[in-house]
Design a binder for this molecule. Structure first.
Ligand SMILES: Nc1nc(=O)c2c([nH]1)NC[C@@H]1CN(c3ccc(C(=O)N[C@@H](CCC(=O)O)C(=O)O)cc3)CN21
Ligand SMILES: O=c1ccn([C@H]2C[C@H](O)[C@@H](COP(=O)(O)O)O2)c(=O)[nH]1
Length: 296
């Protein structure tokens, strides 16, 4: 069985038997509670092929999170527009100025003060991963700690970073969805990575989340001298937005193709020094893109 069938099976189950519910965005979803997928990274890089996944966009987002980023300016400077809707909505509500999305994005890139005021998402993923605040005024770099444990104590059962900082949830543009990562080194020297995702937009978010979990597992393996093992992904409220049904049906008519392979430029000496130019996917031959509206 092609491993992407796990994803197509999820879409099938959501369409056929998902619980119909009204959600925060007002769009409405079909949802199920609890789903697991596993991908053996030795069998190719798990970027879905039944539609074109914009993996560079996803990877840029992951590198931004690893850098501790929390402002959309650094994303927009690389033409990544997937996070604009949330700050834009706040800007419109608080100023009643009706800039278009493009005008807003141009202003964020051109004007650092404007970006500091309006482009900040609050202490989201990267801020928690790299700068978790402690009660004595210090901060914890959870990713550096994961790297240290991978090297010094690979059998540890505490190789985790977590973005679910309860005390700061109200300052975040959106509470974290992929909220926890854990890593595991097997006795044959393979690094596996897992992610727990509390809320899953199965059409738009999930393909990015899987690719990014695979990417970060590869990068950590590279930096700590292991081969790659598996990724394991657990979704909880896993949903299909009601305006994504047609797209999901289109995708289900297609046959998965062979997964590409990931190439990482050797010689980068720190996890935090990777740039998008250092990473490539070879032989990615997906079906055509499928466009869809994101629920804000
Ligand atoms: N409803 C919802 N779904 C999400 O997946 C999601 C959120 N909200 N809020 C926060 C982030 C933003 N994410 C997003 C937002 C948009 C796309 C999106 O529009 N993707 C298109 C175009 C990608 C591109 O422009 O490069 C796609 O076809 O994948 C993907 C992930 C993931 N997260
Ligand atoms: O990486 C991500 C980020 C977000 N999502 C989706 C999951 C939900 O559809 C929304 C978040 O809404 P909540 O009401 O906060 O659950 O964004 C995703 O799939 N992947």
């Amino acid at each position: 069985m092609h491993p992407e069938q796990q994803y197509l099976e999820l879409l099938r189950r959501l369409i056929a038997g998902g619980d119909l519910r009204l959600d925060r965005t007002g769009v409405g979803t079909r949802a199920l509670f609890g789903y697991e997928m596993r991908f053996d990274l030795a069998r190719g890089f798990p970027v879905f092929t039944t539609k074109r996944v914009y993996w560079k966009t996803a990877f840029k987002e992951m590198l931004w999170m690893l850098s501790g980023g929390r402002n959309i300016r650094e994303l927009l400077q690389q033409n990544v527009r997937i996070w604009t809707d949330w700050p834009l909505r706040r800007y419109r509500e608080e100023t009643s100025d009706n800039l278009t999305q493009t005008e807003f994005e141009q202003r964020i890139v051109a004007d650092a003060d404007f970006a500091a005021r309006w482009g900040d998402l609050g202490p989201v993923y990267g801020a928690q991963w790299r700068h978790w605040k402690t009660s004595d005024g210090g901060e914890i770099d959870q990713v550096a700690e994961v790297l240290r444990l991978l090297k010094e104590n690979p059998s540890s059962r505490r190789i985790i970073w977590d973005a679910w900082n309860v005390a700061e949830l109200d300052q975040m543009a959106l509470p974290p969805c992929h909220k926890q990562y854990q890593f595991f080194v097997s006795s044959d020297g393979r690094l596996s990575g897992a992610c727990i995702q509390r809320s899953v937009d199965s059409l738009l978010g999930l393909p990015f989340n899987i690719a990014n979990l695979a990417l970060v597992t590869h990068l950590l393996a590279e930096q700590s001298g292991y081969r790659v093992g598996e990724i394991v992904w657990y979704g909880l409220d896993v949903h299909l937005y009601s305006n994504h049904l047609e797209q999901a049906r289109t995708q289900l008519e297609r046959q998965p193709r062979i997964f590409p392979s990931l190439k990482i430029r050797p010689g980068v000496t720190s996890l935090f020094d990777y740039r998008i130019e250092d990473i490539d996917l070879v032989d990615y031959d997906p079906h055509p893109p499928i466009s869809a509206e994101v629920a804000v």
